[in-house]
Design a protein around this ligand. Structure first.
Ligand code: FAD
Ligand code: 2HG
Ligand code: ZN
Length: 463
């Protein structure tokens, strides 16, 4: 594509002049949340409905312009940031925010892709239902982006990742066709489950415009505890016991380091009610039935008796529980304020997490002796954010690859929940097997033969 002016005119005709942003007006859309990736788009177009999205996609395809779908722009892999060519079009879903219908009996909600997660959760809660998807960015992340990244968060242990919540989807395909399967069905084995192609594929195969999501009953009781543990082995033993004693009520089992809590205290002014340990767990259980607090107290008692816990608080009120979660949710922002990190979003089998941490720690002590760590995450899912701070920019690639090599030795994943975007695509290409490359390339080419849908993200450009 050489001259972008005719495409700009067409997009303005489709969506209206004020819905097409250019120049300085695109700034907030052209940089990612971490301020790590900076692009220069031809424009940002903000369609009002699915028909406008489809017509924009058709026009971009005709003009040979790359398309970058964008939701809340909170992604941590640079997937929603365009390249620097000045030719790509960001299609932002932020005007398509309707919550179309909540069915408290069928326990479903139908929403447009630009709806903000927190807003949808609040609407479900008004109907005594829960959309079980929780993350620190929920006040900004949008449903389409959450689906496109198959987002995880703190509820995965009990309810699964976003994929497990998607019942139906509406998608604009790279050729402008609209695939509409907004079904409120729990069971649907009629042919290929086509919606899976668009969940977790980070906008590389189509643009999600609406979705039907599964809701669950809103738990009436919750128990939340912050517990100091002597080491990771004890944390894993406590996890095993919590699964046996609290079982299906257990919804979150999060790991936080003492260094992480110190960052939150220093940069966010939030102090934890426990201190002095190397590792902490933030555990939550929820239930419609009473008796949860007694079960949580019994679990804590066992943990102290067995030596798996050295200190801890069980929240006495909703406000105290929220305060404990605030500590956990501030880790990313505190890390940013402290200068940022080389982020790793890894998962390994939970039984091997202790051995993984020892090996990667030994490796770093020789590779990057000045590094400081902010390690936290979803221990119950085997998913850690192994964030390495205080490393020179020039050494970032070496450290990143070295951590991923340890992950590979432990049969883990280099992206548990954040996706590849542009941040991890080269590392995926380095580590993926030949059949994985081959099948990925064939799926991409079958759906997007022009390679215009989020170019360079998820699928390596030369694949
Ligand atoms: P964006 O950032 O706008 O886009 C993300 C990707 O999806 C891009 O590739 C984009 O092209 C594509 N995309 C966006 N909308 C669409 C669409 N409608 N159709 C097709 N493709 C689309 N993630 C977790 O998994 N777990 C966490 O616990 C978590 N915590 C976070 C905490 C903080 C403080 C922050 C800043 C981020 C966190 N994230 C977490 C990452 C991020 O919030 C999620 O990846 C989220 O799903 C992104 O949603 P978004 O609407 O902001 O998407
Ligand atoms: C979380 O679990 C998010 O809070 C963000 O996935 C992780 O900042 C990170 O590395
Ligand atoms: Zn996470």
């Amino acid at each position: 594509m050489t001259d972008g002016a005719p495409l700009l005119d067409t997009l303005r005709r489709i969506c209206g002049d004020t819905a097409v942003l250019t120049g300085g007006d695109t700034a907030a859309y052209a940089t990612d949340w971490r301020d790590m990736f900076h692009g220069t788009p031809l424009c940002v177009v903000r369609p009002a409905n699915t028909d406008e999205v489809a017509r924009c996609v058709t026009s971009c395809a005709k003009a040979g312009a790359g398309i970058v779908p964008q939701g809340g722009n909170t992604g941590l892999a640079g997937g929603a940031t365009p390249d620097a060519s000045g030719t790509q079009v960001i299609i932002a879903l932020d005007r398509m925010t309707a919550i179309r219908h909540i069915d408290p009996i069928g326990m479903t909600v139908e929403v447009e892709a630009g709806a903000i997660l927190q807003t949808v959760k609040d609407a479900a809660e008004n109907e005594n239902r829960l959309l079980p998807l929780s993350l620190a960015a929920e006040g900004s992340a949008r449903i389409g982006g959450l689906i496109a990244t198959n987002a995880g968060g703190i509820d995965v242990l009990r309810y699964g990742m976003t994929r497990a919540l998607v019942l139906g989807l509406e998608v604009v395909l790279p050729d402008g066709q609209v695939l509409s399967r907004l079904r409120h069905l729990r069971k649907d084995n009629a042919g290929y489950d086509l919606k899976q192609l668009f969940i977790g594929t980070e906008g590389s195969l189509g643009i999600v415009t609406a979705a039907v999501l599964r809701l669950v009953p809103l738990p009436r009781h919750r128990a939340t505890a912050l517990i100091a543990v002597p080491d990771i082995a004890a944390a894993v033993r406590l996890y095993e016991r919590a699964q046996s004693d609290i079982g299906e009520a257990l919804s979150a089992f999060e790991l936080i380091s003492g260094d992480g809590l110190a960052l939150v205290a220093r940069h966010m002014g939030q102090d934890a009610p426990v201190s002095g340990a190397e590792w902490y767990l933030l555990i939550e259980a929820g239930s419609s039935l009473p008796g949860l607090r007694e079960a949580a107290e019994a679990l804590l008692e066992t943990a102290f008796e067995e030596g798996w816990a050295t200190d801890g608080v069980l929240a006495e009120s909703e406000a105290q529980a929220d305060g404990l979660w605030q500590l956990r949710e501030s880790l990313t922002e505190a890390e940013g304020k402290a200068g940022g990190a080389i982020k790793h979003d890894i998962s390994v089998p939970i039984t091997g997490i202790d051995a993984f941490l020892s090996e990667v720690g030994d490796m770093l002590r020789s590779t990057a002796p000045d590094a400081r760590l902010n390690v936290f995450g979803h221990l119950g899912d085997g998913n850690l954010h192994y964030n390495v701070m205080n490393v020179a920019k020039a050494d970032a690639g070496t450290v990143n690859a070295a951590v991923h090599d340890v992950v590979a030795r432990h049969a883990g994943s280099i992206s548990a929940e954040h996706g590849l975007g542009q941040y991890r695509v080269a590392e995926w290409a380095r580590l993926a097997s030949a059949p994985e490359h081959d099948l990925t390339r064939r799926i991409k080419h079958a759906l997007d033969p022009g390679g215009l849908m989020n170019p360079g993200k998820v699928v390596p450009q030369d694949d």
